[in-house]
Ligand binder design. Structure first.
Ligand code: MG
Length: 238
């Protein structure tokens, strides 16, 4: 895996949300806590087995979820992000990297949590929803009609944002991260993503939390800094 100087200004860094920058799967927890029945389990199992895609899974699962906007907001206000995420993001931005969150969850949930945790200025591509009294109506604006696997096609965002000579770095944990990770240059993986990459013998960097990821970037950044100082020294001598 790359340990050579990395020009951050030529990097696109993509983060999954649930279980990557949060310590648990917020969307799964909401579905479990706010569902009026256990139908969601059937769809969850079908999705895990690959029998249905996440668009179909979420469409059915959200039909059993009941919660008004204030009730959901009260829940979201208790969710804490990984404590190192904001610092990591600040570091990457100072170094000129482009950053984005790619999530198969919903913008309403994610935006609220990011704001509550003092995280601003990161692009977000996710599914959307609206409240109809105590029902939640999902919408999938970033779906790839030619592929039924995911509700939000993360690969599509990577393709759209990729520029010539840019390095795509992907950080994730789940089934919906496999496809975008396979189209990235550097991958940080845990959970199902790690299992798949291990099975298919693809290169990845294992991580537990954002401090592992932050440490890696600091290390790579410092290599770059040392070399930059050396270059500067050489120029001054001429
Ligand atoms: Mg995840």
């Amino acid at each position: 895996m790359i340990k050579t100087p990395l020009d951050f200004s030529k990097c696109n860094v993509y983060f999954d949300f649930d279980n990557t920058i949060t310590s648990f799967d917020v969307l799964d927890d909401i579905i479990e806590k706010f569902s009026i029945n256990r139908d969601w389990v059937v769809f969850e199992n079908a999705w895990q087995k690959g029998e249905i895609g996440s668009r179909e899974c979420l469409k059915w699962q959200m039909r059993s979820v009941r919660g008004t906007k204030p009730k959901l907001t009260r829940y979201l206000d208790k969710v804490r992000l990984d404590g190192n995420f904001a610092d990591l993001l600040g570091y990457l931005k100072r170094r000129g990297a482009e950053t984005a969150i790619l999530s198969d969850s919903f913008s309403f949930f994610i935006e609220r949590i990011l704001r509550n945790n003092g995280v601003h200025g990161i692009k977000l591509y996710s599914n959307s929803l609206r409240f109809s009294k105590n029902k939640i109506i999902p919408a999938f604006p970033h779906t790839d009609r030619s592929c039924s696997h995911c509700a939000n096609c993360k690969k599509m965002h990577i393709f759209k944002l990729a520029g010539r000579g840019r390095t795509n770095i992907y950080i994730g944990d789940g089934l919906s991260d496999i496809c975008p990770a396979e189209h990235s240059d550097i991958v940080f993986a845990k959970g199902s993503l790690q299992e798949r990459f291990t099975k298919t013998k693809k290169e990845f960097i294992p991580f537990k939390n954002m401090s592992d990821v932050y440490r890696w970037f600091l290390e790579v950044g410092n290599v770059h800094e040392t070399e930059a100082q050396q270059e500067l020294f050489e120029i001054k001598r001429k």
